[in-house]
Design a protein around this ligand. Sequence first.
Ligand SMILES: [Fe+2]
Length: 342
Amino acid sequence: MHQLTLTAKDNVMLFPLLSELAEAHGTIEDPELIRRAPVLACSLPPHLLEFLEEFRTCEPSAVCLVSGLDMDERVLGPTPEHWRNTEHASTSLPQEIFFLLCAARLGDVFGWSTQQDGRIMHDVLPIKGHEHYELGSNSLQHLSWHTEDAFHPCRGDYVALMCLKNPDLAETMVCDAGDLDWDALDVEALFEAEFTQMPDNSHLPQNTAQSTGNPVQDRLRARSFALIQSWNENPVKRPVLFGDRHDPYMALDPYHMKKDDWSDRMLRAFQDLCDQIEKNMQDISLRPGDCAFIDNFRAVHGRKSFRPRYDGSDRWLKRLNITRNIRGSRAWRPSAADRIIY
Ligand SMILES: [Fe+2]
């Protein structure tokens, strides 16, 4: 893992900047803050900037962990019961801004109109009733490992997690493509567009609000939901591997794949890949103040099961999607400046 721990001096230097930005912008969803993030990020400590740049350009590991950011659980207050309840006056805004600025060094942050009501920064927390549902808000069952948004051509280059609380040290699972033995796999077969990938449950209409409150956005979002429905009914076949045949990138979400009409060769190649991924899976217990940037081309990720508490002390993470090619989604966004994919 590519890892850096912030020093006490870093925290002393960072907090006036983060507090000032928190005061000026009020919410992480302020488009002005998101627009300014790449410029504001130049004020991060130089050794952190160098560390993030090395991760972005050299791909030394599929996971980059920045730890040691000051996080006071007493200031955070209770973990909300639902991500929808986190809308106003966030208690972790300075930390969220730090997370945003680090993300802005890797690419552009973006959101999905079909996920968590179109927010840029998501909350990951256990929700009552979702315990056994295949969704990040489940708890008693594993969250199956996957590429984030594997079904979508605009999926992010990175998915990032910042830990606010993790009292029982629930484990995030990550497998690094660099740990796989590609010579033992049928790479040629896995490069073929023969693998049926479906949308995942987090993009279903029942998991988001009925209306955005804006008729134009509602219309665009309805178009997105219709497209997702069409991909569910007529799933698109895609390659599982792409890039360099000797050191490939991956895009797969086995839980949401339909294997009905795959050939024996494709089935075998896919199963062998999944077996290797399982064998090389590593566990990471995120601690408060940890920011993990997972390379969504180089890693698949998931989460082990844990027992939710529902007493305000539950595991609570923030999540960001980051792309290095924001213009790749221009046809899906109402304007060049818009960061939400419809
Ligand atoms: Fe995920």
